[in-house]
Ligand binder design. Structure first.
Ligand code: COA
Length: 260
């Protein structure tokens, strides 16, 4: 049985083979700090080897999935090495051996969208708004999204979502193959639970082997791309474009990249 230290911003509970992880920092739109990444990494690492956990559910609130990385954290304690909690979390989710079901409502910004690329079933509220604004923040993609987004959507659409960084809604995400189904926001978490319970009733060894085989062709490329992105991301976090973008966000103004 997994027992984790209580963290009010990352809630976990396990019931009938399903571990549910809830991102719960509503006053900051579920923006994720390095403490939260550490808690998420710890939860996933424990669940991966806990025989009582067959399926993981990741959810936010029906109004917001996640505003992505906490921007003041990016300014004050940027992830400096591959051991940083964000990278540990990304390794844990991308190598998680059991099925992951996600329920996504409201904005899913940055890592709020890229973490979904490592989930198996995704149910979205009709208010879900996905975005990958890395370029707008002076950054580059993470979570192997520079590999997985073009694979999923084809290069032209990937260029639109990764270079322009414009949000796209649930209907587009469904059409692109990012998500499985759209439901009213109040129903997304419950649907994810029902689907997770169905999975949890199946033989775990078959689920894990099927997932391993489906992911096998990409697994080493994902790991390699994630570490290459991590090096660039870490460098770009300290560069003038990102510092300007983060300061502008904190000061509630538009960034000015004209002098860079
Ligand atoms: N990091 C730190 N604080 C954040 C945050 C983030 N990623 N996202 C939101 N917040 C804070 C806001 O600064 C605001 O703080 P305040 O109450 O002190 O002013 C509070 O959370 C509420 O956010 P607000 O922007 O007023 O909510 P909204 O409903 O109008 O918009 C979002 C929600 C998610 C669309 C918007 O907050 C947003 O775009 N956030 C930044 C996303 C981003 O660029 N993330 C980085 C990805 S790498």
């Amino acid at each position: 049985m997994t027992t984790l230290p209580h963290n009010p911003e990352i809630l976990t509970h396990t019931d009938a083979g399903v571990m549910t992880l809830t991102i719960n920092r509503l006053d900051r739109k579920n923006a994720i700090t390095s403490h939260m990444y550490a808690a998420m990494a710890e939860a996933l690492e424990a669940a991966n080897v806990d025989a009582e956990v067959h399926v993981l559910v990741i959810q936010g609130h029906e109004s917001i999935f996640s505003a992505g990385n906490d921007i003041s954290d990016f300014l004050n304690q940027p992830p400096a090495t591959a051991d940083a909690p964000v990278f540990r979390f990304l390794r844990a989710i991308s190598s998680f051996a059991k099925p992951i079901v996600a329920a996504v409502c409201g904005p899913a910004v940055g890592i709020g969208t890229t973490l979904l690329l490592h989930c198996d079933l995704i149910y979205a509220g009709d208010n879900a708004a996905f975005s990958l604004p890395f370029v707008n923040l002076g950054l580059c993609p993470e979570a192997a999204s520079s590999l997985l987004v073009p694979q999923l959507m084809g290069y032209p659409r990937a260029a639109e979502v990764l270079l322009l960084g414009e949000p796209f809604m649930a209907e587009t995400a469904l059409e692109m193959g990012l998500i499985n189904r759209i439901v009213p926001p109040a129903e997304a978490n419950a649907l994810a639970q029902r689907q997770a319970q169905k999975l949890a009733a199946k033989p775990l060894s078959s689920l894990m082997e099927t997932k391993r085989l489906m992911k096998k062709g990409n697994a080493s490329m994902v790991a390699e791309r994630m570490s290459e992105e991590g090096v660039s991301f870490g460098r770009m976090l300290q560069a003038p474009a990102a510092r300007e973008a983060f300061s502008a966000f904190m000061e509630k103004r538009k960034p000015d990249f004209s002098a860079l």
